[in-house]
Design a protein around this ligand. Structure first.
Ligand SMILES: Nc1ncnc2c1ncn2[C@@H]1O[C@H](COP(=O)(O)OP(=O)(O)OP(=O)(O)O)[C@@H](O)[C@H]1O
Ligand SMILES: [Mg+2]
Length: 212
């Protein structure tokens, strides 16, 4: 797939598949097009070349790189969970419990620490019980120990839900050690194919979603 803005290809020749149960890392320097790629996969922006193939009725959960929240709105933790769709409180509690935030009460989201906020965004993505989880730098603002905990959490979620995970990250060590595939985007090298470094379990799981 390719996405162009004006004369410039932001991403091009990106070919990646996320099968059910797989953890696929998307890495690359700032501006390489990782967030653009995630949005294209989610259908949030249209591709100018190629196509995105999704399993019918695929449920997706998304943790965006940035969430534009109005700081003047008194948005609480539980309100954020139901901002776009209402869920029974049981579902909310179990999503918060899955990320270890169930004992937090219901404070305004502005008072959460960076790590707590990232876990809240993960809970918000989980509540949809996704088949595919797209996480755009979920460990931002989280310290090194915290990002290890977050990665463990993502792995638990992947096992519990048997979902595919597309994880955008700058942590190459984690990518190489825990990813099923690592897809590296190279900025401005739009006539090159992305480097795809394939770890052992390639193609073992049934197809969850596919993007060309
Ligand atoms: N709507 C747009 N119009 C024009 N250019 C855009 C648009 N969206 C993104 N870009 C450009 O495309 C490039 C890729 O942006 P993107 O946000 O996908 O990068 P990224 O790999 O996620 O970077 P980072 O690691 O900093 O998050 C950047 O140079 C950005 O300025
Ligand atoms: Mg980005």
């Amino acid at each position: 797939m390719g996405v162009r803005r004006g004369e410039r290809w932001i991403i091009r020749h990106v070919d990646l598949t996320v099968d059910r149960g797989q953890l696929i890392y998307l890495v690359g320097a700032n501006g390489a097009g990782k967030s653009t790629c995630a949005k294209a996969i989610l259908g949030l922006l249209a591709v100018d070349e190629g196509s995105i193939e999704r399993t019918p009725d695929l449920r997706v959960g998304y943790v965006p790189q940035r969430l534009a929240l109005n700081p003047t709105l008194p948005l609480t933790v539980r309100r954020l969970m139901t901002l776009t769709e209402r869920f029974p409180s049981r579902r909310i509690e179990s999503a918060l419990a899955a990320v270890g935030l169930h004992r937090l009460g219901n404070p305004p989201v502005t008072t959460l620490s960076g790590g707590e906020f990232q876990r809240l965004l993960l809970a918000r993505a989980l509540i949809h019980r996704p088949d595919l989880l797209v996480l755009d730098e979920p460990a931002q603002g989280v310290d090194m120990a915290g990002s290890g905990v977050l990665l463990d959490l993502i792995q638990d979620i992947r096992r519990d839900l048997r979902c595919g995970v597309l994880l955008i990250s700058h942590d190459l060590d984690a990518a190489m050690s825990s990813g099923d595939h690592v897809v590296a985007l190279v900025p401005h090298a739009h006539d090159e194919r992305p480097v795809d470094q394939t770890a052992p379990h390639a193609g073992a799981a049934p197809r969850g979603s596919r993007q060309d």
